[in-house]
Ligand binder design. Structure first.
Ligand SMILES: CC(C)(COP(=O)(O)OP(=O)(O)OC[C@H]1O[C@@H](n2cnc3c(N)ncnc32)[C@H](O)[C@@H]1OP(=O)(O)O)[C@@H](O)C(=O)NCCC(=O)NCCS
Length: 187
């Protein structure tokens, strides 16, 4: 599929409101955002500012999704990725994740790692993470608010610049309790 990524401009606020309110986002805390809520997010600079940028995912001549990059002044930025329902499951999410990973590492030389968190049962997002070299680093129990007061576990993934450059995968050192079983005396 022919995809292009075009930076969101503040003059496109109405289109962004239509995009976010015209679909449902079952894995987001706000699954069906209201117009006022989205206008507030835009006015807070969440999509364009010192630390945030957004990009439309364009498929042919249609808008298929949106990437939001956050914490761009930090050495570990975060992102949000949304594909319109009728386009989901067609490879766009994986392609967008590959694109944003390259964009962040090339545009911001200071960035050492990129993090993303999602709901435990968001299989498509988790598979996209895995396909694009992200590794599960964290599991947060009861951390993700759902509808009607429910809560879900959340999972955190990240990709390291050095892995992205080498094509390798550095696995977290999970089995490290041995480091705290004996008191270590500084030399
Ligand atoms: C999550 C999301 C971005 C993934 O993008 P997508 O275009 O639907 O996913 P892709 O078609 O690129 O598929 C990615 C992987 O998930 C798999 N997949 C796709 N839909 C799936 C589904 N419903 N259930 C299980 N696996 C699925 C694909 O087979 C692929 O796996 P593979 O790489 O091992 O072959 C998209 O579904 C979306 O926007 N969902 C709603 C918003 C959201 O949840 N965003 C994430 C917020 S953290």
């Amino acid at each position: 599929m022919d995809l292009t990524f075009r930076r969101f401009a503040p003059s496109e606020a109405d289109a962004l409101v239509d995009f976010l309110t015209g679909d449902t986002w079952p894995f987001h805390a706000s699954a069906a955002p209201e117009v006022d809520e989205v206008r507030r997010w835009i006015s807070e600079g969440r999509y364009d500012g010192e630390e945030n940028r957004a990009f439309w995912i364009v498929a042919g001549d249609g808008t298929a999704g949106l990437i939001r990059l956050m914490d761009l002044a930090d050495d570990t930025p975060l992102f949000d990725l949304r594909v319109r329902s009728r386009w989901r499951g067609t490879g766009i999410g994986g392609a967008a994740l590959t694109w944003l990973t390259r964009y962040l590492f090339e545009e911001f030389p200071r960035v050492r790692r990129i993090e993303g968190t999602t709901r435990q049962d968001n299989a498509a997002m988790r598979r996209a993470f895995r396909r694009c070299g992200y590794v599960k680093e964290a599991h947060y129990r009861d951390a993700w608010p759902g509808t009607g007061g429910s809560v879900h576990d959340a999972v955190g993934y990240a990709v390291l610049r050095r892995d992205w450059e080498s094509g390798g995968v550095t696995v977290p050192e999970w089995d490290d309790e041995h480091m705290i079983t004996e008191r270590v005396r500084p030399e």
